[in-house]
Unconditional design. Structure first.
Length: 292
């Protein structure tokens, strides 16, 4: 067994799995503290590395693509304080860290663990029920239904219809994206039959995030939903939020304009058929008209 204990956290490897426990240091992010201890089976690992700096080092785990619903839902965009697969190593423990890396790498070789993608999640995701509040709303998930509730900072166009209740069977994709620079982040759910191109600020199936401390907690909600959706390997390599059914208009002046007009007609038909509510239709129509 190999073990390394730091203020940033404790990693233990028993030959079959790694147990990652966050520390109590002030630099440990809220997501890591809330998520708590994670057990990563050896078969979920693609590799491990130790990066040495002038004063400290950093252990990094690289998981196989598709093994972890948290990484799948966040697209690998978690910042260092909130990334559970990184550990800051103090200078006097770098030797222990090197031994730890050697032990894990030896086990990967002995067990002939492939580094390629997997076709099913190997980590269970966060426990439910759970709830997080950040940005313009609160997202809750009980394992079967997502509930979105709005606060006083929500745009009237989005909050007018009240809280949203999304059945898991109606959700086709989920994405968490952090705020970056002047661009806000979001927790966005793609719902079957209710596609919209509206930005998160106006999308009733999204919570807009502004880059505050609690934003990463929304990633836990995303991961809990992600692990209960069909694995990406089962649905192909299509981007998570790519709108379906809209053909590429091709190059040339006016082609974007024609595609947007087609999109307006499609939205009108979905509204008439009852697939889109009045509110969803108005928001989607507004977004297309802005692009026109």
């Amino acid at each position: 067994m190999a073990e390394i204990i730091q203020r940033d956290g404790t990693w233990i490897f028993d030959g079959d799995a790694l147990r990652l426990t966050p520390g109590r240091d002030k630099n440990v992010g809220l997501l890591r503290r809330t998520l708590g201890e994670i057990t990563v089976p050896l078969g979920a690992l693609a590799g491990i590395s130790l990066e040495q700096g002038k004063k400290t080092g950093r252990l990094r785990l690289r998981l196989r693509d598709g093994a972890d619903p948290l990484l799948q839902a966040t697209g690998g965009k978690l910042t260092e304080p909130n990334d559970p697969y990184q550990l800051t190593v103090e200078a006097d423990r770098l030797g222990v860290a090197e031994y730890f890396v050697d032990e894990v790498r030896s086990a990967l070789l002995l067990d002939q663990v492939p580094s390629g993608p997997v076709d099913g999640y190997l980590l269970p995701g966060p426990a439910v029920p759970l709830s997080a509040s950040a940005g313009d709303g609160t997202a809750s998930f009980d394992g079967e239904r997502v509930r979105l509730e709005w606060n006083w900072k929500t745009e009237d166009a989005k909050s007018a219809s009240g809280a949203r209740a999304l059945a898991l069977g109606d959700i086709t994709a989920v994405e968490w994206r952090p705020a970056a620079g002047l661009e806000n982040g979001c927790l966005r759910f793609t719902v079957r039959g209710a596609g919209t191109e509206a930005p998160p600020k106006y999308d009733p199936n999204s919570v807009e995030l502004w880059g505050f401390k609690k934003d990463p907690l929304m990633a836990l909600v995303a991961a809990a939903v992600q692990v209960r959706l069909p694995h990406p390997a089962a649905v192909g390599d299509r981007p998570v939020l790519e709108p379906a059914g809209e053909a590429d208009p091709g190059p040339g002046p006016g082609s974007d304009h024609d595609a947007l007009l087609r999109r307006l007609r499609e939205l009108g038909e979905l509204h008439k058929e009852g697939v889109l509510t009045d509110e969803e239709f108005a928001l989607a129509k507004q977004a297309v008209l802005k692009r026109l």
